[in-house]
Design a protein around this ligand. Structure first.
Ligand SMILES: Nc1ncnc2c1ncn2[C@@H]1O[C@H](COP(=O)(O)OP(=O)(O)OP(=O)(O)O)[C@@H](O)[C@H]1O
Length: 614
C-alpha cells in the first residue's frame, strides 16, 4: 500500500480525500494527471498573477516613474558631448568642459539614484508576489493529496516551486526595470534624434524594420525552445531526486547503473537544450548587431553629407550618433529580455498549472457531531483503484464512540484500503463513509483532520526538533503538552537524547529507529486529540520488546477514542473490542477475540499460528 501521508506528518488526514475523488470514476476526472503536472494557459496565468500585482500597484508606478527619470537623465551626456564638439574647437575657454562634465556627473547621479530606488521598489513588488505564487503551488499540491501527486513526478513539483519560482523572480528583477528603462530610453532617444535633425531621425527609423525582422524570426522559435529547456530541467530534477531518495532500493536491487544511465540521459538532454538555447540567442543578437552597424554607418554618411553642405554642425551629428548608439543596449536588452520573459512565462504557466488544478469543493463541517462523535459508518463500500480489481467489496462497518475495532487478514486483503476509506483519504467507488451522519467526502479537510487522524505505514519525521515534530498538527501547543503527549506514548527515550525534546531529527538530524519514529507519530496523534484514530502501522516484529512498547503506545492513544487498527501483529488485535477478518476485499468474520476463537474460523487458525496453539 502506498503512503498517504500528504502532509508529511505521518498522520494521514482528510486532505487525502481529494485523492480519492480523483480515483472515483466520474468524480473530478480532470484531476488525474500522468507523468508531469499540467500547464496553465496564458489567460489563466494572467488571471492568477494580475490580482497579486494589483495589490502592489503603488510600487509598479514608482518603478515606472524612476525609469522615466533615469532615461531622461541618460540624454544629458549625448547632448553635452555634441555641444562640446561645437563650442570647443578654436575656443580658449575651457570652462565649457567643466560645465559639461558637471552636467554629465549630475545626470549620472540622478540616473543612478533612480535606478537604485527603482530596484528597491521593484523588489517590494516582485518578491512577495513570487513568494505568494510559491505558497499557492505548495498549498494546492498539499490539498490535492498524495495519490494525486503520486501519479506525477515529485521532481516536477520541486522544480516548479524551486527553479520556476527562481526563474520568475530573477526575470522580474532583471526584466521589469530594463523593460521600463529601455522603453523610455527608446522613446526619449528616438524623439531626441528627430529633434536634432529630421533627416537623421528618418535614417534612425531604418533600424525599425530590421529589428522587426529579427523579432519575427526570434519570437516564434524562442517559446518552444525555452519550454523544452524548462521541461528538460524538470525531468532532470525528477530523475536526480528519484535517484537520491530511492538510493537504498537501487542498492538493494543492484540497479544503480541503470538509474545512473537514466539520470545521465536526462542531464544530457538538459545540457544539449541549454547549448541550443545559447546558439539560438547568439544568432538573434548577431542579427541585431548587423542592423545597428548598418544604420550607424548610414547615419554617419548622411551626417557627413549634411555637415559638408553646411546644414548641420558636427556637434549635432555627434549627438545624433550617440543618441542612436544609446538605443543599442536597450533594444538588445529588450530582445534579450524576450527570452527571459518567455522563460519566465514558461515557468509561470507551470506554477499556475498546479495552482489551477481543480480541488473538489468540500465545505461540510463536523462540529455538530457531539453525541454521535466518533461514530464512524461505512455502508456498502466498494473500491477499486483506477478501475482495476476491487480492493474492497460491499463492506459495512460501524465503529461506535470509544470502540476499538481491529482488522486482520492476509496481504492484499484490503485492510489498508479500508483504513484509508475510514480516514476519508480515499473516496470509495461505491457506498459512503460517514461520521455523525456527514459524508467524509463532503467535509472540509481541516475540519476532518480535527476529528479523524491516521498513522500510516510510512511515518515522516520533519527536519526539525522533536517538539516541533510532535506539535505539527497543533503548532500553538505548549511544551508541557508536547511532553505530556510523549509521556502518554511512553517515549521516555527522548529524555536521554543530547538535547531532549529539542533534539533535531529528520533528514540530517539525529537518526531515529523505526519504533522511535512511530512513537513520535503516535505522540502527534495524542496531541492532535481526534475523536477517531486510525492506525495502519507495521513497524516492529512480533514478540519484540519494540512491538510490546508500540502496542502499549497505541493503546494509550486509543484510550477513550474510537479506533480502527489494521493489526499487522495479532497481539494488536487480541485486545480490541471487536476484530474483523478480511479476505479478498470482504469482511468474512467479525467478533471479539474469544468469540472468534470459539467459532474455529480463519481467525482461530491465524491465532494458533501466531500465538502458538492458544
Ligand atoms: N494505490 C494503489 N493502486 C492500485 N492498487 C492498489 C493500491 N493500493 C492497494 N492496491 C491493491 O488493492 C488491493 C488491497 O490492497 P491493500 O493495501 O488495501 O491490502 P492490505 O490488506 O492492506 O495489504 P498489506 O497488508 O500488504 O498492506 C491489493 O490488491 C493491492 O494491490
Amino acid at each position: 500500500m502506498s503512503s498517504t501521508d500528504t502532509s508529511g506528518t505521518g498522520i494521514s488526514t482528510a486532505t487525502h480525500t481529494e485523492t480519492g475523488a480523483a480515483e472515483a470514476p466520474g468524480a473530478a476526472g480532470a484531476l488525474v494527471t500522468t507523468g508531469t503536472l499540467p500547464l496553465a494557459s496564458g489567460r489563466e496565468s494572467l488571471a492568477v498573477l494580475w490580482p497579486l500585482l494589483k495589490e502592489r500597484r503603488g510600487y509598479l508606478l514608482l518603478v515606472c516613474l524612476t525609469g522615466l527619470v533615469a532615461s531622461v537623465a541618460g540624454l544629458v551626456a549625448p547632448w553635452v558631448i555634441g555641444w562640446l564638439v561645437d563650442v570647443l574647437p578654436g575656443s580658449q575657454d575651457y570652462a565649457a568642459v567643466w560645465v559639461g562634465a558637471g552636467a554629465i556627473a549630475a545626470a549620472g547621479i540622478v540616473g543612478a539614484a533612480c535606478t537604485w530606488a527603482g530596484q528597491a521598489w521593484l523588489a517590494q513588488l516582485t518578491e512577495p508576489t513570487v513568494a505568494r505564487l510559491r505558497e499557492m503551488v505548495m498549498d494546492r499540491s498539499l490539498r490535492l493529496g498524495a495519490a494525486q501527486m503520486e501519479t506525477t513526478e515529485t521532481g516536477d513539483l520541486v522544480s516548479r516551486v524551486a527553479e520556476d519560482a527562481r526563474e520568475i523572480s530573477q526575470a522580474a528583477t532583471a526584466v521589469v526595470p530594463l523593460v521600463v528603462q529601455s522603453l523610455f530610453t527608446v522613446i526619449v532617444s528616438g524623439v531626441g534624434l528627430a529633434t536634432v535633425d529630421w533627416r537623421l531621425g528618418l535614417v534612425g527609423l531604418v533600424a525599425l524594420p530590421m529589428y522587426w525582422t529579427t523579432l519575427r524570426w526570434y519570437l516564434p522559435r524562442s517559446g518552444p525552445i525555452y519550454a523544452a529547456e524548462r521541461a528538460a530541467f524538470g525531468t532532470r530534477a525528477s530523475r536526480l531526486l528519484g535517484g537520491i531518495t530511492g538510493s537504498r532500493t537501487l542498492h538493494a536491487f543492484d540497479a544503480q547503473d541503470s538509474e545512473l544511465d537514466r539520470i545521465t540521459g536526462a542531464s544530457g538532454r538538459a545540457r544539449d537544450l541549454s547549448i541550443r538555447v545559447f546558439y539560438f540567442v547568439t544568432r538573434a543578437f548577431s542579427r541585431n548587431n548587423r542592423a545597428e552597424v548598418t544604420v550607424l554607418g548610414l547615419l554617419l554618411v548622411v551626417g557627413f553629407v549634411l555637415v559638408d553642405a553646411g546644414t548641420l554642425t558636427a556637434g549635432a551629428v555627434t549627438t545624433a550618433a550617440l543618441l542612436f548608439h544609446r538605443l543599442f543596449n536597450p533594444i538588445g536588452a529588450l530582445v534579450g529580455m524576450v527570452d527571459q520573459v518567455q522563460s519566465a512565462g514558461a515557468s509561470l504557466v507551470r506554477m499556475v498549472g498546479v495552482i489551477t488544478m481543480p480541488v473538489p469543493e468540500r465545505t461540510a463541517t463536523l462540529e455538530s457531531a457531539t453525541d454521535q462523535h466518533g461514530a464512524l459508518d461505512l455502508s456498502g463500500v466498494s473500491h477499486s483503484y483506477g478501475g482495476g480489481a476491487p480492493a474492497l467489496i460491499d463492506v459495512d462497518l460501524t465503529v461506535a464512540p470509544g470502540e476499538v475495532v481491529a482488522v486482520v487478514g492476509s496481504t492484499g486483503a484490503g485492510k489498508s484500503t479500508l483504513a484509508l476509506v475510514a480516514a476519508g483519504s480515499v473516496v470509495p467507488t461505491h457506498g459512503s463513509a460517514r461520521m455523525g451522519g456527514v459524508p467524509l467526502a463532503d467535509v472540509d479537510p481541516l475540519a476532518l483532520r480535527q476529528h479523524i487522524t491516521m498513522v500510516s505505514q510510512e511515518v515522516h519525521s520533519f527536519a526539525t526538533t522533536i517538539a516541533e515534530n510532535v506539535r505539527a498538527p497543533r503548532p500553538e501547543a505548549g511544551l508541557a503538552e508536547v511532553r505530556a503527549a510523549l509521556q502518554t506514548v511512553g517515549a521516555d527515550w527522548v529524555d536521554d537524547l543530547p538535547d531532549g525534546v529539542d533534539t533535531v531529527i529528520g533528514e540530517g538530524g539525529h537518526p531515529l529507529d523505526p519504533m522511535q519514529a512511530q512513537m513520535i507519530a503516535l505522540a502527534r496523534v495524542e496531541l492532535a486529540d481526534p475523536d477517531v484514530v486510525i492506525l495502519d502501522e507495521a513497524t516492529a516484529e512480533a514478540g519484540s520488546a519494540g512491538a510490546r512498547r508500540l502496542d502499549s503506545a497505541a493503546a494509550a492513544v486509543l484510550k477513550d477514542r474510537a479506533g480502527l487498527v489494521v493489526a499487522h501483529r495479532l497481539s494488536q488485535a487480541a485486545t480490541a473490542d471487536r476484530i474483523l477478518v478480511m479476505d479478498h476485499g470482504r469482511i468474512v468474520e467479525s467478533g471479539t477475540h474469544q468469540e472468534l476463537l470459539r467459532s474455529e474460523g480463519r481467525y482461530a487458525e491465524l491465532s494458533r499460528a501466531w500465538f502458538g496453539g492458544v
